[in-house]
Design a protein around this ligand. Structure first.
Ligand SMILES: Nc1nc2c(ncn2[C@@H]2O[C@H](COP(=O)(O)OP(=O)(O)OP(=O)(O)O)[C@@H](O)[C@H]2O)c(=O)[nH]1
Ligand SMILES: [Mg+2]
Length: 335
C-alpha cells in the first residue's frame, strides 16, 4: 500500500488559480449557467414582456425552447401542462406573469430533488462512493468535496479506486496534496475493491470522518464494469453494512439527454443515492437538471460550475432557476 501524500505533482495537477474572492456563489452560478441562459432566453424576450396570451403558439414557442435547453420530453410536457392548468386558475395577462409562473413551475420540479447531503457523526467513516462515466468529473468533484468537508472541520481520506486509468492515482493524489489529506492507493491494475477495503480499514483506524472512494470511469453499457461496481459495493458492505452511506453518480451536463439513460442504468445496477451534475458552465444544456429531476427519484446534491476547487455548489433549485432567467451582476450578488 502506498501513501501518495508526499508524491511529486504531475501533469495531472488540478488547476491552481483561485477564483476572485469578491465573486459570490450566486455570481459564479450565474456565470456558470450563462450558456444555458443565452440559449433559453434568446428569442423569448418578447414573450416575457408586454402583454401575454397563453395560446397554442406561445406554448409551442416555449416548448421548443425548453427542449432545446435539454429540459427533456417529460419535464417539458409537465411544465406546459402545469402552465395550462395555472392559466385556468389565475390570470396570466402579461409577459412578466408568464415568466413568473414558468419560473415557479421549474422551481417546484427541481425543489423535490433539493436534499443536501448530511454526514452523520455516528457513521465513522462516512463512506462516499463516486461513480460515473469516463471524464464526467468524478476525480475533480472528489477534490472539491474534500475541500468542502475539510472546511466544515471534518477529517477526510481518499481511496484511489480507479486502478484502471494510467495517472488516475497521481491525479487523485494531487487533489489529496492540495487539500492536505491522505490518499490510499495501490499500483495500477490492482483490484479496485481491495484498494477501497484497505482504505476503509485505514480510515477506521485513524478515526477519519469521511472516506471518499474514486472509481474508474465506465459506460452504463459495459456490463463487466458495472458488475465490478456491484462487487465494490458488496466489499464495502462487508466492512460496514450501512456503507456506502452515499453513492454519488457524477453526470456531465454537456452530454445532454444521454445522461438520463446513463443515470437510469447506474441506478439499476448499483443504487444511486445522489447526483452531482458537472460542467454546467461549459454547456447550454443546463435544462438537464430539470430532466433528471422530473424523471429520477434521486436527490441532486451538488452542481459543478467550473474546474476550480470552489466551483461546486450545493444544489439550490430557486437559485438555479433564477440564474437560468436572469443574469446576476456583482452588485446584486454581493448586496
Ligand atoms: N468546465 C468544467 N470542467 C469540469 C467540471 N468538473 C470536471 N471538469 C473537467 O472535466 C475533466 C475530467 O474530469 P475528471 O475529474 O478527471 O473526470 P473523471 O470522471 O474522474 O474521469 P475518469 O477518471 O477518466 O473517468 C477535467 O478536465 C476537469 O477539470 C466542471 O464542473 N466544469
Ligand atoms: Mg477520475
Amino acid at each position: 500500500m502506498f501513501n501518495f501524500l508526499k508524491k511529486n505533482q504531475s501533469q495531472n495537477n488540478p488547476p491552481s488559480s483561485e477564483e476572485p474572492k469578491e465573486s459570490s456563489w450566486l455570481q459564479r452560478l450565474s456565470q456558470g449557467l450563462s450558456k444555458t441562459r443565452r440559449q433559453f432566453t434568446s428569442g423569448l424576450t418578447q414573450l416575457f414582456s408586454g402583454s401575454a396570451k397563453l395560446d397554442e403558439e406561445t406554448l409551442e414557442t416555449l416548448e421548443t425552447h425548453l427542449l432545446a435547453a435539454d429540459v427533456g420530453v417529460e419535464a417539458t410536457a409537465k411544465i406546459i401542462e402545469t402552465l395550462k392548468e395555472s392559466a385556468k386558475q389565475k390570470k396570466i395577462t402579461t409577459g412578466e406573469d408568464l415568466q413568473a409562473e414558468l419560473q415557479a413551475i421549474m422551481v417546484s420540479i427541481l425543489s423535490v430533488r433539493q436534499q443536501s447531503l448530511t454526514i452523520a457523526d455516528s457513521d465513522k467513516p462516512f463512506v462516499l462512493l463516486m461513480i460515473g462515466m469516463n471524464g464526467a468529473g468524478k476525480t475533480t468533484t472528489i477534490g472539491k468535496l474534500a475541500k468542502r468537508f475539510k472546511d466544515e472541520g471534518k477529517t477526510v481520506m481518499l481511496a484511489a479506486g480507479d486502478t484502471f486509468r494510467a495517472a488516475a492515482v497521481e491525479q487523485l493524489s494531487a487533489w489529496g496534496q492540495r487539500n492536505d489529506i491522505p490518499v490510499i492507493a495501490q499500483q495500477q491494475g490492482a483490484d479496485s475493491a481491495s484498494v477501497i477495503f484497505d482504505a476503509l480499514q485505514s480510515a477506521k483506524a485513524r478515526k477519519i470522518d469521511v472516506l471518499i472512494a474514486d472509481t474508474a470511469g465506465r459506460l452504463h453499457t459495459q456490463q463487466g464494469l458495472m458488475a465490478e461496481l456491484a462487487k465494490i459495493k458488496r466489499v464495502i458492505q462487508k466492512f460496514d453494512p450501512q456503507a456506502p452511506h452515499e453513492t454519488l453518480l457524477v453526470l456531465d451536463a454537456s452530454i445532454g439527454q444521454n445522461a438520463l439513460q446513463q443515470a437510469k442504468q447506474f441506478h439499476e445496477a448499483i443504487g444511486v443515492t445522489g447526483v452531482v451534475m458537472t460542467k454546467l458552465d461549459g454547456t447550454a444544456k443546463g435544462g438537464m437538471l430539470l430532466s433528471i429531476a422530473q424523471t429520477l427519484d434521486i436527490p441532486i446534491r451538488f452542481i459543478g460550475v467550473g474546474e476550480q476547487i470552489d466551483d461546486m455548489q450545493i444544489f439550490n433549485a430557486a437559485a438555479v432557476v433564477n440564474a437560468i432567467f436572469t443574469e446576476q451582476t456583482l452588485d446584486e450578488s454581493t448586496a
